[in-house]
Design a protein around this ligand. Structure first.
Ligand code: PLP
Length: 260
């Protein structure tokens, strides 16, 4: 990307958001064209972590109506501030079981399901509230040891077990590709997720068919590899001041930090 405008620290966030969205749309369209896919096949989930509620409000005036947040606590205050709008909220990051109750109050989609313990806790809470939750099963496609997500070989068993939790509506698989500048390595992660999804649809009766993959740095590759949902933050809202490590505590430390 040539440049990323920051929409956060400017007196005209509206026009910056608009131009970021225009540029994003062009990039998505070009990727769809390369992949011979229709634009309507790709859903953009705008990721608003670290973005203040006031900016999200402007984004909603520009037509965005769903947002992904990484942390429940951060999301809760925004949901409160924006309660007058009808927005859809997704939680896309690792969830501790003690946050389940809060999440179930506002989220209609969860992208990071990776343990049966969490499925159990969600089921209990959801049935108490008499509602359902759309879920994506997170898969560790990069092989990085401490990252969240199921190892690929455990996905099928896990998905079959989900029928024990009828309040969970399995929608698809989710992954974070390896954080690498090497497109081939990133692409391998997305291919792996797609292969798993295809195998699941072949071998089981699951309806879980969507692929949630791709973010600002790699969504074009994800679209080429079949992404149905791309989770895009910085290309819309500008670069994040916060290190992603804070949001992905499971990521391994760089080797320099280990040897220090
Ligand atoms: C932050 C985040 C994104 C979006 O990343 P950007 O670089 O802002 O596009 C996507 N998925 C997850 C799980 C995230 O935490």
């Amino acid at each position: 990307m040539s440049q990323m405008n920051s929409a956060r620290f400017t007196d005209d966030p509206r026009s910056l958001l608009r131009s970021n969205l225009d540029e994003l749309e062009q990039r998505i369209n070009r990727a769809c064209m390369r992949a011979r896919r229709r634009r309507s096949e790709v859903r953009v989930l705008p990721v608003s972590k670290t973005v203040p509620a006031a900016i999200i409000r402007i984004a909603s005036e520009l037509g965005l109506c769903e947002f992904g947040e990484n942390k429940v606590q951060e999301a809760e205050s925004k949901v409160r501030d924006l309660a007058d709008l009808s927005l859809n909220w997704s939680v896309i990051g690792h969830l501790q079981t003690n946050k389940v109750k809060s999440m179930v109050k506002f989220a209609n989609e969860f992208h990071a399901l990776d343990t049966l313990r969490l499925a159990e806790a969600l089921q209990a809470r959801l049935s108490a509230e008499g509602r359902h939750l759309n879920v994506f099963v997170q898969v560790n496609t990069s092989g990085e040891v401490s990252k969240y997500g199921l190892p690929p070989q455990e996905v099928e068993d896990f998905v079959l077990r989900l029928s024990d939790y009828p309040a969970l509506v399995p929608r698809g698989l989710m992954t974070l590709a390896v954080l690498s500048g090497e497109a081939d390595k990133v692409r391998e992660c997305f291919k792996l997720l797609r292969g798993l999804r295809d195998a699941l649809l072949d071998r089981t009766s699951t309806r879980l068919d969507l692929l949630s993959m791709g973010m600002t740095s790699d969504f074009e590759i994800a679209i080429e590899e079949g992404a149905d949902v791309i989770r895009v933050g910085q290309a819309i809202f500008g670069p994040r001041p916060t290190k992603d490590r804070q949001y992905w505590p499971g990521l391994p430390l760089p080797t320099s930090a280990l040897s220090a």
